[in-house]
Design a protein around this ligand. Structure first.
Ligand code: ZN
Length: 514
């Protein structure tokens, strides 16, 4: 009788690992619900206890990942330093789960519990200090916190360990298995191409975008945004769109992904492009395959790949000519006075205006990566101890002038503009630029297999586009590493080539052909 055949140690361990993993996922979704509520509907007086609640949930999850029990189960499954995916007899998907958990377990074991607490407290105090300092444009007020956060990040990196560069350990938290040397190489290539392209565009006749700053009543923006969301394939019974001060996406369950938007009555881009952006993140989370749903493999494989999905819908779809050929008549019907005399072509050009700005989140597609390269350089210099925190504002101005040709007068528009460092998020920024590169490289693969993206968008046919992404990218979640994924989807490792081809073609057409 086949059923009587004793299953081997590794297979027996897998049943227990899957149950253990499922509870970890449930715990994380519970934590996510508290976070989502905090950013959307929570009354302000609840903030203090909510921080306590979140702290407890996060500690429970950390303990569960670091527990001896999980370590024992993973060892039974054959996992070890030389076999992170476990026994070779296991099916591929089980090996992916073992690799994923073994990595998390090993990393969590390296951070002393006492350091976890210090990091959380420093991040929480850092955000409070940063908010106050940014309002007053007072870098000196934030400097002691930032010095502490840099020191803690280095302490953390040393606990996690690295073989080539200290920054590897920080980058690896957000972009697993990616090395500083790879990012440096790709960013050098990008800088070489982007700086002259931006300069070439600056010399050309400029496009008009004044109509984007007209009257756009919020309820009509919401109506348009919701319509587009539905039509690109957002399932209304598995997700929600709410409002928050800073737009974000968060997964609360297998069939529950929430996105948020912020509306600006006098600037069309704020809400619409961030709805598309967050929808891209959300569609990735909603597209994890049946075989990994509800497990910890149902997660973005890296922040760069996650960002590729948001950038794809925001830029390669939402800022394309085909998309506005399709949607502009509907948009003009909703805002007839504001868009009087504007046609789809001038609207398309308007939403693609290139203009170096001081603020990263307002940057156009050509200059966006330069903002990231600047932050990467400064982080590297701090990690290598060649830049002191006290010299950071001046270093920021110098880099900004070199890369963007402009420099902030006030630190609020410079070194204090982003929240990441106040939370100890060193190593995070590169993932934004990598997202642009992944998006362009995936799109070239789509077009090789399915034909021009533009044609689908012009006809309002989103289903084949989303279907392809689900099948090739979303389904796998974290079962494939970012590198395995990009190789399997595009047949090559990540480079800046596809992104630069995309930018050159699009922006030379807009700016350099009269
Ligand atoms: Zn994003």
């Amino acid at each position: 009788m086949a059923g009587a055949m004793a299953s081997t140690g590794p297979e027996r361990a897998l049943d227990k690992i899957r149950a253990y993993d499922r509870e970890l996922k449930l715990l994380r979704h519970g934590t996510a619900l508290l976070q989502w509520d905090q950013e959307t509907y929570m009354p302000s007086a609840a903030a203090e206890e909510r921080a306590e609640q979140l702290g407890l949930f996060e500690t429970l999850a950390h303990d569960r990942v670091a527990a001896d029990e999980l370590g024992g189960l993973l060892a039974q499954a054959g996992a070890g330093p030389d076999s992170p995916s476990g026994a070779e007899s296991l099916p591929d998907l089980d090996r992916a789960l073992v690799r994923h958990l073994y990595r998390e377990h090993s990393l969590a074991r390296r951070i002393p519990r006492e350091l976890v607490g210090r990091l959380a407290r420093a991040a929480s105090a850092g955000q409070v200090a940063w908010k106050a300092a940014r309002e007053k444009g007072d870098f000196a007020a934030f400097k002691p916190n930032l010095e502490g956060l840099v020191a803690l990040a280095l302490e953390r990196a040393d606990c996690l360990g690295y073989s080539e560069h200290r920054y590897d350990a920080l980058l690896d938290q957000y972009e697993p298995y990616t090395k500083t040397a790879q990012v440096r190489r790709v960013f050098e290539e990008l800088e070489r191409e982007l700086v002259p392209l931006a300069a070439e565009i600056a010399e050309a006749p400029q496009v008009d975008s004044a109509f984007l700053y007209g009257e756009y009543p919020e309820f009509r923006q919401a109506e348009f945004g919701t319509r587009v969301l539905e039509e690109i394939g957002w399932p209304a019974d598995r997700g929600r769109l709410d409002c928050s001060a800073h737009p974000f996406t968060i997964g609360l369950g297998r069939d529950d992904v929430r996105i948020t938007a912020r509306y600006d009555r006098n600037f069309f881009n704020t809400a619409f492009f961030s709805i598309l952006h967050e929808a891209g993140h959300g569609l990735y989370e909603l597209g994890f395959g049946e075989e990994i749903r509800g497990s910890t493999l149902a997660d973005g494989t890296s922040l760069g790949v996650h960002e590729s999905q948001s950038r794809f819908w925001e830029n390669l779809v939402g800022r394309s000519r085909g998309f506005w050929r399709h949607y502009f008549p509907q948009l003009r019907a909703l805002f007839p006075e504001t868009l009087e005399g504007v046609d789809h072509e001038s609207f398309y050009r308007g939403v693609n205006q290139v203009k170096p700005s001081l603020i990263r989140v307002e940057a156009d597609e050509v200059t966006y990566c330069l903002h990231i390269i600047m932050r990467f350089r400064l982080e590297l210099a701090m990690v290598e101890n060649s830049l002191k925190v006290s010299d950071l504002p001046d270093a920021w101005r110098a880099e900004s002038r070199r890369l963007l040709g402009i420099a902030p007068e006030h630190d609020a528009d410079g070194v204090l503009q982003d929240v990441h460092w106040s939370m100890g998020g060193f190593g995070y920024f590169p993932t934004y630029a990598l997202g642009n590169l992944y998006a362009a490289q995936f799109t070239e693969a789509f077009e090789r297999e399915q034909g021009a993206l533009e044609g689908y968008l012009e006809r309002g046919e989103f289903e084949p586009v989303l279907g392809w992404l689900r099948e090739r990218v979303h389904r796998h979640g974290a079962a494939k590493t970012a590198d395995e994924l990009v190789n399997s989807v595009t047949g090559a490792p990540l480079t800046a080539d596809a992104f630069m081809r995309y930018l050159r073609t699009k922006f030379r057409d807009i700016y350099l052909t009269a």
